[in-house]
Design a protein around this ligand. Structure first.
Ligand SMILES: *Cc1c(COP(=O)(O)O)cnc(C)c1O
Length: 430
């Protein structure tokens, strides 16, 4: 029996409506920028398996390091114990993060890194004797699927059944460069009438909102205002972290630095699950006390797993090599050239780019996961390219190590889709 058939028997897939989704493709192997299915067909991983494997799948610089350490050390409790990979990683990460970050809390995935950031921001004010429970977030933000992370997210397709069971969150529009004054007056009103604990934001690029991009200057103005109001700033860099925006973190391009930063996805270069939440000394100090109850009583069994820490160390060392930095600059150039070429195409409404993240909006109105979107997905897959359009947005976030030829293959299937779209649309019954 085919693997995809056996899969159907017991497995419940994430973000999947099993009744309407035919079957999950079995991937047998992944190497470099390629995925290989069980029949041997290859696909260029144009979205780096959800923005994780930026140094290519099964990069030996990472796998060898992990294979070596696992002969000597595996999971150990991280409450009461510590180990070399965790300590070394903390030193490397703090050196890479914006200068004001001093402490790191490890966990397992993007949602838990957000959950930790949100809980720290709430307890910070509580510990200081000033309970605050309102959180500000962006419209169409996405921060993960656990309850706290889901509360601050705003994509209703995921949150509908849980409305009314979530944290108190006020949403504001994203800064587009023309609405700074309007945003400031909205924030003034909120801060004067509510006790605001924190503001959570995906800096510069909102991934799940189809790579919506922000105006950095305007974002900086609202961050500065909120900082002056004593609102803790939580930068969710789960997607943008580790080089995606052209700098190590998107926050590097914004002068007001966050109090808390959430990271995961590319942290281990796609080998193992891991996340971290960093914060300033000032935040940490609000928990540092002779009173045990002021500590942060949150922990996951696999916190700072030594293999994950080792993978993260190898990934960060790769990121800092001249080879990877020059590949990042290359990818940015490829996208700039392609963007110029494609932006005047009659089927294209607009293009945008931030670092290696490229997005193109089709001049069509369509649903996020509707029939036409699925046809486009299949069109790419049949031609050996893995891209996941979101509604009318096609975006690329390929591994840094992609070569010019493979990048051209991605661009070419997008260009040929643009030619076929009018016919595809005519035959489409939604
Ligand atoms: C993916 C993502 C998350 C959630 O991470 P998981 O590992 O899927 O839980 C949170 N925030 C942002 C910005 C993300 O892109």
């Amino acid at each position: 029996m085919k693997l995809s058939e056996r899969d159907k028997k017991h497995i419940w897939h994430p973000l999947t409506q099993h009744k309407t989704y035919p079957e999950n493709l079995a991937i047998a192997r992944a190497k470099g920028v390629y995925l290989y299915d069980e029949s041997g067909k290859s696909y260029i991983d144009g979205i780096s398996s959800w923005y994780t494997c930026m140094y290519g799948h099964c990069n030996p610089e990472i796998t060898d390091r992990v294979a070596h350490i696992m002969q000597n050390l595996d999971q150990v409790v991280f409450s009461g114990f510590t180990h070399e990979p965790a300590v070394e990683l903390s030193e490397k990460l703090i050196a890479l993060l914006p200068d004001n970050q001093e402490k790191l809390f490890y966990s397992d995935n993007g949602s838990t890194s957000v959950e930790v950031g949100v809980k720290i921001s709430l307890q910070y004010h509580f510990n200081k004797g000033d309970r605050k429970q309102v959180i500000i977030a962006f419209e169409e933000g996405f921060h993960g699927d656990t309850f706290g992370a889901m509360s601050v997210s705003n994509l209703s397709v995921y949150n509908g059944p849980f409305e009314g069971m979530l944290l108190e969150v006020i949403r504001i529009p994203v800064p587009n460069g023309n609405n700074t004054e309007e945003l400031l007056s909205v924030l003034r009103e909120i801060c004067e009438t509510k006790k605001v604990a924190s503001f959570i934001y995906e800096p510069l690029v909102q991934g799940a909102a189809a790579m919506k991009m922000h105006d950095a200057e305007s974002l900086n103005v609202i961050l500065e205002y909120l900082h002056k109001q004593g609102v803790l700033l939580i930068a969710d860099e789960v997607m943008t972290g580790f080089g995606k925006t052209g700098t190590a973190f998107a926050s590097d391009q914004i002068s007001q630095k966050p109090d808390i930063i959430c990271m995961s996805k590319a942290l281990t270069g796609g080998l193992l699950p891991m996340a971290a939440t960093s914060c300033t000394q000032e935040v940490f100090d609000a928990f540092y006390s002779d009173d045990i109850a002021k500590g942060f009583f949150h922990g996951h069994t696999y916190t700072a797993n030594p293999l994950s820490c080792t993978a993260a160390l190898a990934a960060i060392e790769l990121l800092q090599t001249e080879a990877i930095q020059s590949q990042i600059r290359q990818v940015i150039r490829y996208h700039e050239i392609f963007g110029e070429q494609v932006k005047r195409h009659p089927m294209v409404r607009g293009v945008r780019q931030c670092g290696v993240i490229f997005a193109l909006d089709l001049d069509l109105d369509m649903s996020r996961y509707g029939g036409l979107r699925n046809k486009m997905f299949s069109y790419f897959m049949e031609r050996g390219v893995y891209l996941r359009p979101l509604g009318n947005t096609i975006y690329i976030q390929a591994p840094y190590v992609i070569g010019q030829e493979e990048m051209n293959t991605i661009y070419e299937v997008i260009l040929s889709l643009l030619e076929e779209l009018p016919a595809m649309k005519m035959n489409q019954v939604e």
